[in-house]
Design a protein around this ligand. Structure first.
Ligand code: AMP
Length: 455
């Protein structure tokens, strides 16, 4: 693709070009350069693209263009012309925000709907004419069941992050939604990965699509500096705290496998004096929005998230990702570390790995086709962090550990002081394993968490 191509070359209407220029974009990204002209012509698209590639504008801009070029005589309340399905509330909100940004000079009405919030304001909003509806599948079906939305006028369907929708078990909901749409329509399917299942969905859905692939799915693994710290599960929370404070990191996204684990880690970090918040599916929408904006604004240093909650979050150029636990699926590791090092800025990703995760680590290394460096954390001595068996106050024990961590943290802001080998595998005494943290968090918990938890 010609790197000097401009948005005007792609044939976009003037109100859109104005919005693009106001957004500060000077050049289309590769996915935009490929998708926009094709979508403008009415073609179907099958695109392999992750968040960060500019995919949202890649479908939003040409869709807005089509709506502008072909105004309908048939604009009715609650009857969208475009339906965008996303797996998560956050992604739905971000996509609709993009529609507003790019459509600010186009007279187009959009709306976002997702579950977990009161349905009545959505019903009220649906009583007005509507062009673009961005929705998560479950809530959309609720509305369809109540006949508060009418999908018979949908001209363009977008499935965004289709792979994640399948992972989250939305396939039946998607099929139910498809059954409510007119047969004649344009379809755009975006997915970070092209599994057989995605191809199966695409085959039934898309009509002679162009296929666009803008980045190999493991590209992030080449851009991001990665490291593994071998440790014990029961030491992980102290270790995360020690590492973040020791390096003086100011914006860290930490992945946990469970909602419960996310909460507990965030609580622990707050107790250790860090500003931290957890984001996952059990949190109210307002709490999630608050946490995300606090993180983006720099008020929150550490955002602890489950995979699904973090998916699709538009947080640019994140300097640091920490995997508190490795994900079950190696591809999720690539998604996770893809949150950092975006837009060419260097990022790094650190994974805390215990002995039960070694197989997962090997799978990841096979996927990214390279070993990940084993790193030793300076001044980390888990023995001093070990808590007494349940009778002791964990907080009290932590206070003993803290001053040391803080002092080291202050003097060690440069990061890599000569490492002392973390005595992993040896330092954890039976007492540690039986401590209050160990019994809740110990190696066995991975088995309980092995089935991917809900976000
Ligand atoms: P997305 O992949 O859609 O999540 O977009 C990732 C980020 O890239 C968003 O913050 C967009 O605002 C930004 N973006 C999209 N297109 C462009 C462009 N052509 N030039 C610069 N930034 C862009």
């Amino acid at each position: 693709m010609n790197s000097t191509i401009s948005f005007a070359d792609l044939g976009l209407a003037e109100p859109l070009l104005r919005a693009i220029s106001e957004a500060g974009y000077t050049q289309p990204t590769p996915i935009q350069a490929q998708a926009i002209p094709h979508v403008i012509k009415g073609g179907d698209v099958l695109a392999a693209a992750q968040t960060g590639t500019g995919k949202t504008a890649g479908f939003t801009l040409p869709i807005l263009h089509r709506l502008l070029e072909q105004p309908t005589r048939d604009r009715k309340a609650g009857r969208p012309r475009v339906l965008v399905l996303t797996p998560t509330r956050e992604l739905a909100a971000q996509v609709e925000e993009s529609v507003r940004v790019y459509g600010k000079h186009a007279k187009v009405r959009s709306m976002v709907m997702f579950g977990g919030v009161n349905i009545n304001p959505q019903i009220a909003a649906l009583s007005k004419p509507l062009d673009i509806l961005v929705a998560t599948p479950g809530r959309l079906l609720d509305h369809a069941g109540q006949k508060t939305v009418d999908l018979s006028g949908v001209e363009i369907l977008v499935l965004d992050e289709a792979d994640r929708m399948l992972d989250m078990g939305f396939i039946r909901d998607i099929r139910k939604v498809l059954a409510l749409l007119p047969k004649q329509r344009q379809n755009l399917l975006f997915s970070a990965t092209f599994s057989d299942e995605i191809r199966g969905l695409a085959t039934g859905l898309l009509n002679d699509p162009i296929e666009i692939s803008v980045a190999r799915r493991n590209t992030a693994s080449e851009l991001v500096q990665q490291g593994v710290v071998m440790t014990e599960q029961s030491h992980k929370r102290d270790l995360v705290s020690h590492i973040i404070r020791g390096h003086g990191w100011h914006q860290v996204l930490v992945f946990t496998r469970t909602k419960h684990g996310a909460n507990r880690l965030a609580e622990k970090l707050v107790k250790d004096g860090l500003s931290a918040a957890a984001i996952h599916g059990n949190k109210s929408q307002s709490a999630r929005t608050r946490a995300l904006s606090g993180f983006k604004d720099g008020k929150i240093t550490v955002l602890v998230a489950t995979d699904i909650a973090a998916r699709g979050l538009d947080i640019d150029q994140l300097p640091q990702v920490v995997n508190f636990e490795l994900p079950n699926v190696p591809e999720d590791y690539v998604h996770r570390i893809g949150r950092t090092g975006r837009a060419g800025s260097p990022g790094s990703a650190l994974s805390l790995v215990d002995s039960s995760e070694i197989k997962l680590l090997k799978d990841i290394e096979r996927l990214i086709k390279r070993p990940i460096d084993r790193i030793e954390i300076p001044d980390w001595n888990p023995a001093t962090m070990v808590r007494k068996p349940a009778s002791g106050s964990a907080d009290e024990e932590r206070r003993h550990a803290d001053p040391r961590g803080r002092r080291n943290g202050a003097s060690n802001g440069r990061g890599r002081a000569p490492a002392r080998k973390p005595a992993s595998g040896r330092s954890g005494t039976p007492a540690a394993a039986g401590s209050s943290a160990g019994s809740r968090d110990g190696g066995r918990r991975r088995d309980a968490a092995a089935g991917e938890p809900k976000p």
